[in-house]
Write a protein that binds this ligand. Structure first.
Ligand code: G
Ligand code: G
Ligand code: MN
Ligand code: NA
Length: 260
């Protein structure tokens, strides 16, 4: 049976799991302030299939809308469970990724309205992550969609900032509250152990975020050196293996409980 059919069955059975990667405040003791929901598919014969494989497959085979609804629903249900079990940090958010195909889908806006209505009590904790190349494909349409999501009370993060050729003149037209700085700008990976070349880039993104009143999250943070450098450059939020890989909701809950 083709992988496409297996995916259809997995979606019907809701047999795809969401894991949650902590997002922390490095200027405040690495306190967890939010999490990114990342989908996993444990295929009965093939084992773990990467989202980099099954998301494009879902897009090609008309299953992305269903997958997107499942991701938002699962994340909102997890948020509701956390809210009932523990005292969440103020402004705690769970972000869900949107794929390129979803943003152009006719049903996305209606789906989001329905989902938000069904999960009203946690809508304020939900954020959507959209990559820069997605919004720049059709900026006018993106502005329209993003404004509608914002109206619904959802947070909005611009993923992979700096890789999608967006002109800075567009940035203020999009109602994002957060930008995410991709790993290559963050990671110190040359032979000397220190790379100075990204420092001006990080510096300018930090100032830009401050000017536009956006939260900035550095991604792919793996080492203490990287944390120290980001801290000294006044970057506030970070995500990466240094703080934890994507983990089951119950494990993130224990981490949240431990920091109360
Ligand atoms: O852990 P990682 O391998 O999860 O993710 C690989 C890629 O898949 C990333 O670009 C991530 O944004 C994307 N991804 C993970 N989960 C989802 C999801 O639920 N929906 C969409 N559209 N993309 C996802
Ligand atoms: O495209 P997006 O930014 O949504 O993708 C997130 C991806 O980055 C996921 O595949 C996630 O598993 C991965 N990831 C998260 N933290 C780290 C990290 O510290 N290092 C690396 N190399 N990848 C990471
Ligand atoms: Mn993301
Ligand atoms: Na990213």
């Amino acid at each position: 049976q083709a992988l496409e059919d297996d995916l259809k069955e997995a979606l019907d059975r809701r047999d795809l799991q969401l894991l949650y990667q902590p997002i922390v405040d490095i200027q405040n003791g690495n306190r967890i302030v939010g999490a990114e929901a990342l989908m996993r598919w444990n295929h009965p014969e093939r084992g773990q299939v990467s989202p980099s494989a099954f998301i494009p497959l879902a897009e090609r085979t008309g299953q992305i809308e269903k997958l997107g609804r499942l991701a938002f629903e699962e994340a909102a249900e997890q948020a509701r469970q956390w809210v009932s079990a523990i005292k969440l940090p103020e402004n705690f958010f769970v972000s869900v990724n949107l794929s390129a195909a979803q943003l152009t889908s006719e049903t996305l806006l209606n789906d989001m309205k329905t989902l938000v209505a069904q999960h009203k009590s946690v809508a304020g904790h939900m954020k959507l992550e959209i990559t820069e190349s997605q919004v720049m494909g059709n900026p006018e349409h993106a502005v329209y969609m993003l404004e509608a999501f914002k109206e619904l009370g959802l947070g909005l993060a611009l993923d992979d900032f700096g890789t999608g050729y967006s002109s800075l003149s567009y940035l203020h037209r999009f109602p994002f509250d957060t930008i995410k700085l991709p790993a290559p700008f963050v990671q110190i990976r040359d032979d000397s152990g220190i790379s100075h070349t990204q420092i001006p880039i990080i510096n300018s993104v930090v100032s830009l975020a401050r000017e536009l009143d956006l939260a900035l999250i550095a991604e792919g943070v793996e080492t203490e050196d990287e944390i120290a450098r980001l801290k000294s450059l006044n970057c506030r939020y970070a995500q990466g293996f240094a703080f934890g890989a994507a983990m089951p909701g119950a494990e993130l809950q224990r981490r949240l409980q431990a920091q109360l």
